[in-house]
Design a protein. Sequence first.
Length: 441
Amino acid sequence: MTKKRILILGGGFAGVDCARKLESYFYSDYDIEITLVSDDNFLLFTPMLPQIVAGTIAPRHIVMPLRALCKKARIYESVVRDIDPVQQHVTLEGTPEKIGVRIHYDYLVIALGSETNFFGLKNVEKHSFTMKTLADAISLRNRLIDMLEQAENEKNPKIKKRLLTFVIVGGGFAGVETAGEINDFLHEAVSYYHNIKRDDVRVTLIEAGTTILPGFTKNLSKYAHSRLEKNGIKILVQNAVTSFDGKNIVIKKLSDSSSESIIDSHTLIWTAGVTPVEIIQNSVFKLKNGKIIVNEFLEIPNYPGIFAIGDCSQLDSETNNKFPPTAQLAEAHAKLTAYNIKQMIENKEKKKFEYKWKGQSAVIGKRYGIAETMGMKITGFWAWLLWRNYYLTKMPNIEKRIRVWLDWNIDLFSRIDISRYGFKRDTSKEYRELDEVDDVW
């Protein structure tokens, strides 16, 4: 058999699961080369990011080195600069220390995920915090503690109120879970501060839709809404943020566009939407809603051997687009794509994408959650416990599972930690743009 080269772009759930599945098919076949390209050298377990903010879990316990997960694949830690489906190669960025690389392939899997969508609100993008990366979570944790430290000795009541007001935009999974964890953290943390009362802390969740967690049934969404409000979180539905200058958040009620109000706050966390990365938006592939259109085999039409999976893809069949872009859907995409590539290499028939939804769950604060699974609707403590057990089993590294489990149990019997990490957001990362590249055949 002629040597085959499989290139996977993206080190998230979809990309890593696809690489691992391909390795299980071709581990001892030296005629198959598998290459994985990722911005980072680790897989980030994103469902647990809000718990990094709260300090429930240590940051290093939700990151798994790619080289420990993928034993056969060749791994590049780099940024994709260009995808050329005609010449069948991908160009990677150079850095100040090394030139770029051009990798040729026979089969390509695009699993580049998504980035935060600010819907053109440049001032919001400039001043707000996001929840996509480990650095985002650590930066937000530091911000919460910094606001508490400043408010502790602030004499001006107006400034103090602004320091202790925290606003989360987006009522989906990320927004609700982040709001719940932030609220619990702040209410426990004030016990360390003599001049801050629990009622001084204000957490507000803003959602443009008519309900939070719209993917759940109406009753479960209502339960989540009620529970969050009982925990002290103010929820504003059918409201949208239009501006934020670092001090004042301007919001408008969607039912009355002329009605605007202002929330005085220094801290805005934006989880309101995602959009595919720029390299995909600028690609030659046909897009819908900014995502690459794929057929029933998850293959890009008119480009045989090129697949798009995870958050950056959209099936051309409407019946298969009803599922939210979650880790379990990315896993299903990855397994089918790996199987279809194996079938193509062996000149066998490919399989169509058919997916049975397994259910969903969300945590809404300590020891509370909601879940839908196997036709059952669960709320409260048991839903929270189900969430924990499900995601613990989905972590691909047994060592990290044990560490997270220990973190959770230690947290049950210890006071909250308000130590601020010595870390700052780095927005100055630069890549060297070079015409010269290494050709990898």
